[in-house]
Design a protein around this ligand. Structure first.
Ligand code: FPP
Ligand code: MG
Length: 334
């Protein structure tokens, strides 16, 4: 499996933001291999494939950039960066089952190459290995933080499933769901970066704020791309939120501005038509009602909040990289 990780990741578009931590990130790649190595050839094949579906290494990069911005990158940081990436990859493998997604990172998903059973177990295997590594650090506070974050990931995703087909979902509830299912792991990565270097409450809170708002902007941009993006460019199954009747910010805002009759027409289309039929209709409505702009504006506000939280940290190349990475989240096409 292992050559692939070295050769292909972190993905090229993100690499420029990772320059200040390139060496450390390379070491994290080696740790990832160690964490997940398994003599059983079947497990090794599945793990290899599963790992190709992660790849941007954004969360380990956040952790390492926060660590280096505030002090030294310690062995604990490397271990935690690899563990956080492992948990993240597990969530995507599980998410692809829920979304019945067939493609991620231009490759067939684990559920397509094998089946749902293999995907469930691969995700479980990865989480178990990650927990083993984290607990070996013998730091109760860190173990608790990672466990608590994993609970939030699961709760966020379960709440989202619970709201499937519920067209009254509010923006407030959507925000709290994405804070749990996506932003929590970014918060955790940033906080862990600072954790061993400083007990300063101001820095710890700044790290959490940056991770939270970057994560929320990331998910909002992702939700917009699910509706308006190109599968060939994104390299993953799109339209899955519509197919699974999961309301996201663009749809919440669209349903809020439509008059009763077009609203009912849209709801009926969402319930009765295929994604291929309904997606272009929604794209037109979103354009006509300037929802794209309003959703992008919300994502931008999160990025501005994230960037202003960096002001309390020392100005250095890592801080610049975090700021540039935050801006890129709004431009990304995959
Ligand atoms: C992607 O959402 C999914 C997440 C950010 C979180 C998924 C979390 C779980 C499945 C809970 C499992 C938790 C553990 C610890 C294994 P998306 O569908 O909006 O993004 P996508 O477009 O990339 O699929
Ligand atoms: Mg998905």
């Amino acid at each position: 499996m292992h050559q692939f990780i070295e050769k292909e990741s972190p993905s090229m578009n993100y690499r420029k933001f990772y320059a200040p931590i390139e060496t450390e990130l390379f070491e994290v790649e080696k740790l990832l291999r160690e964490f997940l190595s398994c003599e059983n050839p079947f497990i090794d094949r599945v793990v290899h494939h599963g790992f190709q579906l992660g790849g941007k290494r954004m969360r380990p990069a956040l952790l390492l950039l926060f660590a280096k911005m505030t002090g030294d990158v310690l062995p604990q940081h490397r271990t935690l960066a690899a563990a956080i990436e492992t948990i993240h990859t597990a969530t995507l493998i599980h998410d692809d089952i829920l979304d019945e997604a067939t493609t991620r990172r231009h490759l067939p998903t684990v559920n397509v190459v094998w089946n749902n059973e293999t995907s469930v177990l691969l995700g479980d295997f990865m989480v178990a290995r990650a927990i083993r590594q984290v607990t070996e650090l013998d730091c109760t506070e860190v173990s608790h933080l990672v466990a608590q974050t994993s609970c939030r990931l699961c709760e966020g995703e379960m709440r989202q499933v619970g709201f499937r087909g519920n067209f009254t979902l509010s923006e407030e509830t959507y925000n709290s769901i994405i804070q749990d299912k996506t932003a929590s792991l970014c918060e955790c990565a940033c906080l862990l970066g600072v954790f061993f270097n400083s007990t300063q409450q101001e820095w710890r809170e700044g790290a959490i704020t940056f991770g939270r708002h970057l994560g929320m902007a990331f998910q909002i941009a992702d939700d917009l791309l699910d509706i308006r993006g190109e599968e060939t460019q994104m390299g993953k199954s799109l339209g899955t939120d519509l197919a699974k009747q999961k309301l996201t910010l663009p749809m919440i805002r669209l349903l809020a501005v439509l008059e009763e009759t077009p609203r009912q027409t849209l709801l009926s289309a969402l319930q009765n038509e295929s994604v291929e039929e309904v997606r272009p209709k929604i794209q037109t409505l979103l354009r006509e009602h300037a929802i794209y702009e309003s959703v992008c504006e919300t994502a931008q506000k999160h990025i501005l909040t994230a960037i202003s939280s960096l002001e309390k940290f020392p100005k250095n190349p890592c801080r610049d990289a975090l700021e540039a990475l935050a801006c890129y989240v709004l431009e990304r096409k995959h």
